[in-house]
Structure formats: C-alpha cells, structure tokens
Design a protein around this ligand. Sequence first.
Ligand code: MG
Length: 158
Amino acid sequence: MFRIGIGHDMHRLAAGRPLVLGGVAIESERGAEGHSDADALSHAVTDAILGALCEGDIGLHFPDRDPQWKDADSLALLARVVWLASQRGYSVVNVDATVMLESPRLRPYVQQMRERLAEVLSVDAGCVSVKAKTGEGLDAVGEGRAVTVQAVVLLQRI
Ligand code: MG
C-alpha cells in the first residue's frame, strides 16, 4: 500500500535574514522571512507527507500565530510529521524536490541538504532528490524576491 503527497512553499526574501534550506545554512545576503526558521524546503517536504497522510497542512499542525514555533527548527517540525506517519503505519520511500532560487547557486549545498533530510526521514540519501533551479530573471523568484519549493513524497505501509 502506497500513498503519494505533494507540497509547495514560498517565502519572501529579505536582507538580514538567515537562509536555511533542508536544514542547511546557505551563505546569502538575503534570507527567508517567516515565523519559524523559514526553511521552505523542509516545509514543502513536511506538507507533502501530511498530504500523503490526508492530515491537513503544516499551518494546521504548527500555526504561525503560536509562539511555540517562533524561530522553530523546521527539521524538528519535519521529524514530528515523520513520527505522525509512523503512528499511522507509514514510512517514507522517496522524496523529490525542486528549489527555485535566483541566487546564490545551490549546487554546492545540494548533497548536504539531501543528507540532512534523509537523516530526519529515516531513508538513505539516495532516496532524497533535491534539484535546484533559478527563475530565469522572471517573476518573484527571478527578481530575487522569493524562494519557492515543490516536493513530492511517496509513503509505504510499514
Ligand atoms: Mg513555509
């Protein structure tokens, strides 16, 4: 028995904010705005798992009005959702994600992101794909005003 889920996230970029993607700190003049650490990659994967479980979305489980989640480590939120999946009898098979960011180029960080996510998801890094694209100078991503992520996850019955 398999279940598939899709996740999407977008964060505004601003000067003086850290940029964290997949639990990895990215060297960047501009970072992501948000209530938690604004890790859009972890958020999209979290939403994909919740989607596969039909358990609502990240905002339902970790409301951004709740001070408990202020500056939260998004990998910890992801870990809680992986735990929820295990409680429902499911484990992660694989993840495929696309991060869209104009700059900096993410290639030097991709392997580390895959390893950090794989550790939390309890899978081999070979089961976590992170692809990096730019916005080709178009739209909010292309103008360097936002980072967006799309993620798909497959779960299997334990
Ligand atoms: Mg988010």
